[in-house]
Each structure stands twice: as C-alpha cells, then as structure tokens.
Design a protein around this ligand. Structure first.
Ligand code: 13P
Length: 251
C-alpha cells in the first residue's frame, strides 16, 4: 500500500514580499490535488506573511534551534515557527550540516524540539559524491539516521525523512532509479527497526534535482513517498507538474 505523498518545496534563501503572489498561486493550484500533501518551506522572515496569505496551506521553516529560548542570536525556536504560522520544518539539510557544521546530535535535538511543539519534521540525510563513489552511501546514511532520528517521533505523520544526495542538489544529476530504490528501502528498514510499525507509515522523500521531467519516474519507485524540491519549487509553473506527477502516481 502506498503512503499519501508529500511534496514540499524548499525555497532556501529565496523569497521576498514580491514572491507572496507565487505562494498564493501554488497554494491555489494545490487545491486541485487533494490526494497530495503540498507544503512550502520559506525563509523564516517570510513565514508569517506567507501563512497569512494562504490559510489552510502548509507553510514551513527550513531550520529550527534546539533550545526553547535563550541567548542564541539570530536563531529561531520551534515555538517561534509555530507562532508565525508554520506547521512543519526541515531539519538537518546538508547545506546546514555543511556550512553551519551541524552534527547528527544537533539535528536530533532540533527534530525533538520541533516535534515537541507539534510541528511536522522533515529530517534530511544524504551522502557526498566521494562517499557514493566509494560504495559507502547506504551505510553512511544509516549512520546519519542512527545519530539524528528523534527518540519519540510522535506519530507516523509527524516525521518524514528526506534522502538528498548532496551531489544531486542543484546539479541536475540524480542517482539511478536503482540507487534511489536501494537507499529508500534501507531507510525504511532503519525506521521500522527503530520505531516499529509507525516506521512503516513514515514518509520517505527523495530530494535533489527533482523536476517535472523526472518526477513521475522517481515517484514510481517503492518507498518514495514524495519529494523535497529546491529550485523547481520557486515557480508554480515548475512546481505544480511535480505535484501533478505525485497525484498521478497514486494507486
Ligand atoms: P534542488 O531541487 O534545487 O536540487 O534542491 C534540492 C534540495 O536541496 C531541497 O532541499
């Protein structure tokens, strides 16, 4: 049985007030696909305006601090995200693991902080090109999961895993369908081992150069329960065909 698909856009450091119209367009178009969960993770400063612009549509953050509050200049707490109108957040994106030197331990604490206030979490994992070429991709991702999965995931709908090979992000390159299938099957085994039966209901998203042209093929793979989309989520014209492909892949 396939899980309900989740297609989330990660706007990264893109988005000004002038882009709220694009958020509105995407939210309105998403209503045509009631069988797919669609969300946009926008820059923190845009969350409140985006959430106000599109009531009933899921707006998310791209990161969260693990502490409840305190002396953490420039950071955003889980409660702040929620208060601004977010219903989900990404944690552990490779751009943060790399540029902000976030460890598995920190990513786990961030996931737990977000879940504790009721946010849905998309937890990212993925290997570098060097690791892929050395044949250690599956074990590396398993070790990232072992270190960063939250202790209590709340429920199966509250935690999604995004497999994003670093070398596929923004490059136009993607793994072979066999490589995606192998990795998603391994992630499924890991979450089922960790959480028992709720692990079977957690969505595993693929991310990295997802486009209208490859989405259908990717969504047809077992244990691909959606996508985390970067560049192609910035414009409705690029994003909605991906959502449509997710809808078309439903049984
Ligand atoms: P692209 O879709 O631009 O490759 O980005 C993927 C990503 O990093 C989503 O979080």
């Amino acid at each position: 049985m396939g899980l309900r698909k989740l297609v989330a856009g990660n706007w990264k450091m893109h988005g000004l007030s002038s882009d709220l119209d694009e958020v509105r367009t995407i939210a309105a178009a998403a209503r045509d696909y009631p069988g797919v969960d669609v969300a946009l993770c926008v820059p923190a400063i845009l969350i409140e305006r985006a959430a106000r612009a599109v009531s009933g549509f899921a707006i998310g953050g791209q990161d969260v601090h693990q502490a409840e509050k305190g002396a953490h200049t420039g950071c955003t707490s889980a409660l702040m995200l929620l208060d601004a109108g977010a219903s989900l957040t990404i944690v552990g994106h490779s751009e943060r693991r790399d540029a902000q030197r976030e460890s598995d331990e920190q990513v786990k604490a961030k996931a737990e902080a977000a879940l504790s206030v009721g946010l849905v979490v998309i937890l990212c994992v993925g290997e570098s090109l060097e690791v892929r070429e050395s044949g250690r991709a599956v074990e590396t991702v398993r070790s990232q999961l072992d270190g960063s999965l939250p202790e209590t995931p709340n429920g199966e709908a509250e935690l999604a895993i995004a497999y994003e090979p670093i070398w596929a992000i923004g490059t136009g390159k993607i793994p072979t369908m066999g490589e995606i299938a192998e990795m998603h099957a391994s992630i499924r085994r890991t979450v089922v081992k960790r959480y028992g039966s709720p692990g079977a209901g957690m969505r595993i998203l693929y991310g990295g150069s997802v486009k209208a042209s490859n989405a259908a093929e990717i969504f047809a793979i077992a244990d691909v329960d959606g996508a985390l989309v970067g560049g192609a989520s910035l414009k409705a014209a690029d994003f909605m065909p991906i959502v449509a492909a997710a809808a078309a892949s439903l049984p």
